[in-house]
Write a protein of this length. Structure first.
Length: 271
């Protein structure tokens, strides 16, 4: 299968985005002066230490929250709230335990008023895509962690959004399952050409999956560096070139982790 290439069309644009929160101790600046563009069909990974505003940034793109100042556009239209053109996949999947796998996948279509026949054909297509057709009548408690993630992915894809916003979806999984899901997600991205923004704190995950990695600073989050990941696909975590690229990213990330440690514990980390 030929490697997908992002188009030159700007799908998502963030201009001078700030987000602050009111706390009992005053105002907490979470994001500061974010300027970022995501091209149509691009796989962008957003990386940074805990507390840098990664999830806040994703929520702003999703329209689940609003910037304190600045603007976000998708296809040239300003984001003022959630939209059917984009779907968020959280680490906490929100699957319904009383529904079967197929019923979970069809839930969004049912809410949109899609007819039974169309729901069935579309759910079958995406269950095949995530290799879960034989489990369509199973319930959530009967599935492994990786299978639950694939149900969530099928449920997101079945409504055919343009943009997938993924908030550390594999963080709670064991290394072997995470590795398999990296392969699955990369394959699905190649098949669907979706625009994906993937939040993670895992450097090797970001380098394996992304066309580009945007590294955020510790609070307040700013775009510190952007790395183009020009490695051939499919990618393997053990590839020497991937390991070398990951080391380059880690050297930049370490500075921000040290700042986070200093802020948390009140002392400067030894170097």
């Amino acid at each position: 299968m030929p490697e997908p290439t992002a188009s030159n069309k700007i799908k998502i644009q963030l201009h001078n985005v700030y987000r602050t929160f009111k706390t009992r101790d005053g105002t907490l600046p979470a994001l500061e002066g974010i300027n970022l563009e995501v091209r149509e069909g691009e796989f962008l990974c957003v990386l940074g230490p805990s507390g840098c505003g990664k999830s806040t940034l994703l929520n702003l793109m999703a329209g689940l929250d609003r910037p304190s100042s600045g603007n976000i556009w998708i296809d040239g239209t300003r984001v003022d709230g959630p939209g059917t053109d984009r779907i968020v996949i959280f680490q906490e999947l929100g699957l319904f335990p009383w529904l079967t796998v197929r019923e979970n996948v069809e839930f969004g279509l049912r809410m949109q008023g899609v007819g039974k026949g169309e729901r069935r054909s579309r759910s079958e297509r995406y269950l095949r895509m995530v290799h879960l057709s034989q489990f369509e009548n199973s319930y959530v408690h009967q599935l492994s962690g990786g299978m639950k993630q694939r149900v969530a992915l099928a449920r997101s894809l079945v409504t055919e959004p343009d943009v997938l916003l993924m908030d550390e979806p594999f963080a709670a999984l064991d290394a072997q399952t995470r590795d398999l899901l990296h392969e699955e997600l990369a394959r699905i991205w190649e098949e669907t050409h979706k625009t994906i923004v993937f939040v993670t704190h895992n450097v090797r995950e970001a380098v394996r999956l992304g066309d580009r990695v945007a590294l955020l600073t510790f609070r307040p989050g700013r775009v510190k560096t952007e790395f183009g990941i020009n490695l051939p696909r499919p990618r393997n975590l053990e590839d020497p070139e991937l390991t070398l690229m990951a080391r380059t990213v880690v050297s930049q990330l370490k500075e921000e982790i040290d700042k986070a440690v200093e802020a948390e514990y009140g002392y400067e980390k030894d170097h």
